[in-house]
Ligand binder design. Structure first.
Ligand code: NAD
Length: 253
């Protein structure tokens, strides 16, 4: 019951990794604010969880929407203890030379500025909590070359953002960390049938991730178990980034 009596705000909590995280936090006693721009998905999960769950309409690309969602938590609960930032995603891109500024700006805005907006709005409440933690969900795309340059650059930015905030707000006793998942079985892969099966081979542990694998790591970093960990990016990737041993084995076999 690591989140017993804690107020936890989770963006992108209507589906996938965010929903798995909300279920786990709630299962460990937390009061969960399910913040998503897909309000019906947020409502559905809030109904499923029942007591201690609040659905909030929140678009992380819109400052007023983020500020209003945090304000609702302030007036409802009077405090906020953990901030978990999962909302994000990529988009189909043309070849690099054809990529328009606007598409880059959209992906940076959603994946990097969106996280900053939420932290900025929540900071005054987090500074009053004795157990404050911020965890943002990035991607292995932010740590190595997997294509999707704009998405990768935005996710890479999260690692530096949390390092700076970890140092700046260390004296406030707030921890800031990032989880960088590898491929995870969520609806984002639905439009590419067979892709998860093909990607399995690149994972030393022999499978792609499940949303619960990521939720477990996020909840660890958001909990008191990680109270002396701050400013880190933790890959949760079935070993995908561990090293190129398989290539060498293939080259010399
Ligand atoms: N699925 C993967 O393979 C994978 C791998 C690495 C990283 N990630 C990252 O994990 C996070 C969650 O991905 P997922 O696979 O669970 O996706 P998902 O589509 O299942 O869930 C994302 C949720 O975020 C919400 N969302 C999107 N834009 C939003 C906005 N502007 N404001 C508020 N909410 C918004 C969506 O409505 C949805 O509920 C993303 O940041 C993604 O980049 C996913």
């Amino acid at each position: 019951m690591r989140f017993d009596d804690q107020v936890v705000f989770i963006t992108g909590a209507g589906n996938g990794i965010g929903a798995a995280t909300a279920r786990r936090v709630h299962g460990e006693g937390g009061i969960v604010a399910i913040a998503d721009h897909d309000h019906s998905a947020a409502e559905r999960l809030a109904r499923e969880l029942g007591v201690r769950a609040l659905a909030l309409n929140c678009d992380v690309t819109d400052r007023a929407s983020v500020d209003a969602a945090i304000d609702t938590v302030r007036s409802r609960h009077g405090r906020l203890d953990q901030l978990i930032l999962v909302a994000g995603g990529s988009a189909p891109m043309p070849g690099f030379a054809e990529q328009e500024d606007q598409l880059w700006q959209q992906l940076i805005d959603l994946n990097l500025v969106g996280v900053m907006r939420c932290i900025r709005a929540a900071l005054p409440l987090l500074q009053q909590s004795p157990r404050a933690a911020v965890v943002a969900v990035s991607s292995v795309n932010g740590l190595a070359a997997f294509g999707e340059e704009s998405y990768g650059a935005a996710k890479a930015g999260l690692s530096n953002l949390v390092r700076n905030l970890a140092v700046r707000h260390g004296p406030d006793k707030i921890t800031f960390n990032v989880v960088a998942p590898g491929t995870v079985r969520t609806r984002v892969w639905d439009h590419q049938p067979g892709s998860l099966q093909r990607l399995r081979q690149f994972y030393p542990l022999g499978r792609v991730g499940e949303p619960e694998d990521i939720a477990a790591a996020v909840c660890f970093l958001a909990s008191d178990d990680a109270r002396w960990i701050t400013g880190v990016t933790l890959p949760v990737d079935g070993g995908a980034l561990a090293g190129p041993l398989q290539w060498f084995d293939r080259a010399f076999s």
